[in-house]
Design a protein. Structure first.
Lengths: 322, 351
């Protein structure tokens, strides 16, 4: 119990960090409400959540990597590969295609973690490299084409696009993932150790934490959640493609950072990522609403990312900014 | 080869001084090793890999050493080489530039939209090329400013710039492919000098320029000094902020040239003109033996690295291996090269 208490003041002192994004989110909702009264009905809210689901699942995965002070640049590749695997295997395996696709993400997440930890390669290069490996495999498996999920396969993906009591299943999936990840980070030994490693790796190591194992588990989680996001995306679009999720890497990382998780690690969590993902989603809808060209979205997100990193980064933790 | 001039005296920057190195230096291989900015026999490994690769591919398919195929290899190495020249300086500093694809597509967009094209009435000829290179340099300048003024790690600053550049170029192109109709710019890819396309000569020029900057200018030495140990460099009076901004601008300059070459080679610019180029450039730099920790390696290493990547890609096509698997192979090469080259003594914590 002692370790919980020693971390608490540290988190409490930074609570403002977590509050700012929330204020921003409420502000954005107010702006929408004022600009278009009656826009926020139960229906549009459900739609908003449904459209945020994939982004949130991806962002939750990368939250694990960022909390450790690392980064995962392979999530879009892993998600795309999972979509290809699902689309390829649905006709022959049926529902069993889902676990295969998701386990592929787990495998490549573990691979990223091992390369990063055992070969001592910085995580952004390790994941850039595994991302390339995964993209190559996805291109090879799919012959560089998008694979449509045919009528027969769609029977098995229909449940993802269904609603339960008015709530879209994708929202339920992301809620379950969010809650499990939240609990895992807050109440399990792994979660505590992950935050400790992110807060100060030498101290965590000196305290006897198995830093290597913690990191591998975090990257495995990131890979698996990326694959789940890819599967959900494939089911929603009824198609798998080696470039399906390419546009989601930046919004996913931006969601984590905008939510208030610092890239220096040790500060933040899944709840913040949920807020960040909603902000990104609303900004995206807002841009379409205001009439900003869809091609300019990337520019806005790029600028938002740089600004958010500059605000949330804990500079006392890096001696030399490289 | 005048290796005495090309040898960089990084010794004062390193805390390790090994006698083994000085004995090696007196031997001929040691001199070649010195040219590659390395201290041990290990630094000759990339060259050995390149030669072995060429021999193996030639045995498997003799078409490889046909002049026509070698010209093809040189031609497909032109853009990666120019890109990797810029990236080398950034990695030498111990930083990374992920904005390669964004900057390249901005430059390609600028040259296509300002020269004769099938979308608007502009026809500025070679002024468009200058504008494109200036645009690339400006992108690099912004990356450098974002990194130093906002004090954020370069991979985050340039990740943002990657998508800013991509968004800007796709927006300006209206999401479609626009053809480049300026005949004199197209000549870069089509005209030949001594049997090689002009683009290859431009890339060779970029290499020479990069070599001169690295070995003969203060900027080059300061970049190496920062990569070796930033604190020591600062204490020795190097204006770290200014050198960092200059290095990113320099990288943007090379990416700009590469963008022009890419547009000339394809005869058009489109949304995915940069796809896969970051990956190839990073692979080339690290496979050549430039350490991600900075301060070790250089543009000669990168030349070898680019040739390894290009020869391998060409060889895979000759051997009938699916081109789609290329990224997989490159990814594995990055992992292997980085794992072999990292100076682990200096790197207790890997993030």
């Amino acid at each position: 119990m002692n370790e919980i208490f020693s971390l608490r003041p540290f988190l409490d002192s930074k609570w403002t960090h977590g509050a700012i994004p929330l204020v921003l989110l409420v502000g954005l909702l107010l702006i929408i409400e004022i600009a278009a009264p009656g826009f926020l009905t139960a229906e549009t809210t459900a739609l908003l959540f449904a459209n945020t689901a994939v982004l949130f699942i991806l962002a939750t995965g990368v939250t694990f990597a960022i909390l450790l002070g690392g980064i995962d640049l392979s999530i879009q590749a892993v998600a795309s590969l999972a979509s290809v695997i699902l689309a390829q295997l649905l006709p022959s395996l049926g529902l069993a295609a889902f676990p295969v696709a998701i386990l592929s993400g787990l495998a490549f997440g573990i691979l990223s973690g091992i390369v990063h930890v055992k070969l001592r390669v910085p995580s952004f290069v390790a994941t850039l490299a595994t991302g390339g490996v995964v993209t190559g495999i996805a291109l090879w498996v799919s012959d560089g084409r998008a694979i449509t999920i045919e009528e027969a396969g769609r029977e098995n993906t229909a449940w993802i696009n269904a609603t339960v009591a008015g709530v879209p299943v994708v929202v339920l999936i992301s809620a379950v993932i969010g809650i499990v990840s939240f609990l895992a980070l807050r109440y399990t030994r792994f979660g505590r150790q992950a935050i400790a490693v992110g807060a100060g790796e030498p101290a965590a190591w000196a305290a006897g934490i198995n830093v290597d194992r913690t990191k591998i588990v975090a990257f495995a989680a990131s890979g698996m959640l990326a694959a789940i996001a890819g599967v959900v995306l494939a089911a929603r679009l009824s198609s798998g493609s080696p470039v399906l999720a390419n546009q989601l890497l930046l919004p996913a990382i931006a969601a984590v950072i905008v939510g208030g998780t610092a890239i220096t690690g040790g500060l933040g969590g899944v709840a913040r990522t949920a807020v960040g993902a909603l902000i990104i989603s609303i900004v995206r809808i807002g841009m379409t609403f205001v009439g900003i060209n869809i091609f300019l979205e990337n520019m806005v997100f790029g600028a938002v990312l740089i600004a958010a990193v500059a605000i949330t980064i804990d500079r006392s933790k890096i001696a030399v900014i490289k | 080869m005048g290796s005495g001039f090309l040898t960089i005296d990084t010794e004062p920057l390193k805390s390790v001084s090994d006698i083994e190195r000085t004995t090696l230096m007196t031997l001929f291989p040691g001199r070649i090793a010195a040219l590659f900015g390395g201290r041990r026999w290990r630094s000759l490994a990339p060259l050995a890999v390149l030669i072995a690769l060429c021999v193996l591919i030639s045995i498997a398919n003799p078409n490889f050493i046909e002049l026509r195929n070698l010209v093809r290899v040189a031609n497909s190495a032109a853009v990666p080489l120019t890109l990797a020249m810029g990236l080398t300086f950034i990695i030498l500093m111990g930083s990374i530039d992920l904005s390669v694809e964004g900057t390249l597509s901005v430059a390609a967009m600028v040259v296509v939209l300002l020269a004769a094209n099938d979308s608007n009435g502009n026809d500025y000829g070679w002024l468009a090329v200058l504008a494109a290179i200036a645009a690339g340099t400006a992108m690099g300048l912004v990356s450098g400013l974002a990194q130093t003024v906002l004090r954020i790690p370069s991979f985050m600053a340039t990740l943002g710039m990657w998508f800013i550049g991509l968004g800007l170029s796709v927006y300006m192109l209206g999401g479609s492919a626009i053809r480049l109709n300026d005949a004199s710019i197209r000549e870069l890819a089509l005209a030949r000098l001594l049997g090689l396309p002009l683009a290859v000569w431009v890339a060779a020029g970029a290499f020479l320029l990069a070599a001169i900057i690295q070995y003969y200018t203060k900027l080059g030495r300061h970049i190496l000094a920062i990569g070796g140990d930033e604190d020591v460099a600062k204490l020795s009076g190097v204006n770290v902020t200014r050198v960092r901004i200059a290095a990113f601008a320099l990288a943007g300059f090379f990416f700009g040239i590469a963008g022009v070459l890419a547009a000339a080679q394809l005869g058009q610019s489109h949304a995915v003109i940069g796809d896969g180029r970051l990956f190839a450039a990073v692979t080339a730099v690290v496979v050549g033996g430039t350490a991600l920790t900075g301060g070790e390696g250089g543009v000669v290493n990168t030349l070898i690295g680019v040739l390894i990547v290009t020869v391998l890609a060409n060889g895979m096509i000759l051997l009938g291996i699916s081109p789609y698997i290329q990224q997989t192979v490159q990814g594995l090469m990055i992992i292997a090269a980085v794992a072999l080259s990292l100076d682990r003594v200096r790197l207790r914590i890997v993030k």
